[in-house]
Write a protein that binds this ligand. Structure first.
Ligand SMILES: C[S@@+](CC[C@H](N)C(=O)[O-])C[C@H]1O[C@@H](n2cnc3c(N)ncnc32)[C@H](O)[C@@H]1O
Length: 206
């Protein structure tokens, strides 16, 4: 685990970007993302980089008792905030651990949602390899941001040294990386409405 990065995100737990509730517009974008990812309430979902658990809570509420969400974050403070938010929900588990170190089982999940975390993975090929391995065949991978890649990369360059170099790869590099990890890209949007990549493990049925 990158301890400098974890310490930086610890320091951000009460910041506006990490803790305020989603706006109506953001909630609509989350709805759209889940619809396009063909989300269903019975899915087993992995959410690395869950932060304070805002999306986790939405996923947990929508799954009811039929689905399951494993959320994880490298920041102890973020993890604590997420656990406090999520209470005793039986369908959600929150781990304080890097994606790269989680004890995961092959083909365990139907859906992986990386919400505003992909730039922070140190070794993106390795992270994609893990995500491919833990998804069931035809499982869905989502990389989702409220900002475009250029806005994200620009913002990180002006932030803390621990995240300054964290970026979303440019479109063609990302396509190659996703394909090399065994995914078919269903959708890749990158504009003023944000960044949304949805991919299927293996060959898409569409
Ligand atoms: C920009 S925040 C996004 C948090 C949350 N998903 C949201 O949208 O509010 C990125 C989060 O990813 C976590 N993170 C960074 N690298 C990680 C890794 N390798 N595995 C798991 N979590 C990681 C950070 O601690 C931080 O809480």
């Amino acid at each position: 685990m990158n301890t400098e990065k974890a310490a930086y995100f610890d320091s951000q737990v009460d910041s506006e970007w990490a803790s305020r509730e989603y706006s109506d517009d953001e909630l609509q974008r989350i709805d759209r993302m889940l619809r396009l990812a063909q989300w269903t309430p019975d899915m087993r979902i992995l959410e690395p980089g869950c932060g304070t658990g805002r999306l986790t809570e939405i996923l947990g509420d929508r799954c009811g008792n039929t689905g399951f969400i494993l959320a994880a974050d490298i920041s102890e403070h973020m993890t604590r905030a997420a656990r406090a938010r999520l209470g005793r929900r039986r369908n959600v588990k929150v781990e304080c651990e890097a994606l790269e170190n989680l004890p995961l089982v092959d083909e365990e999940f139907d859906l992986v949602v990386c919400h505003q975390v992909f730039p922070h993975f140190e070794d993106k090929e390795k992270a994609l390899g893990i995500l491919s391995t833990v998804l069931k065949p035809l499982g869905k991978l989502v990389l989702f941001h409220f900002m475009s890649s250029s806005e994200i990369n620009d913002m990180h360059r002006k932030t803390d040294p621990s995240v300054m170099a964290d970026s979303l790869p440019e479109r063609e590099t990302m396509r190659l990386m996703i394909h090399a990890a065994g995914f078919t890209i269903d959708l890749l949007e990158d504009d003023e409405r944000g960044y949304l990549l949805i991919a299927t493990r293996g060959r898409s049925t569409e």
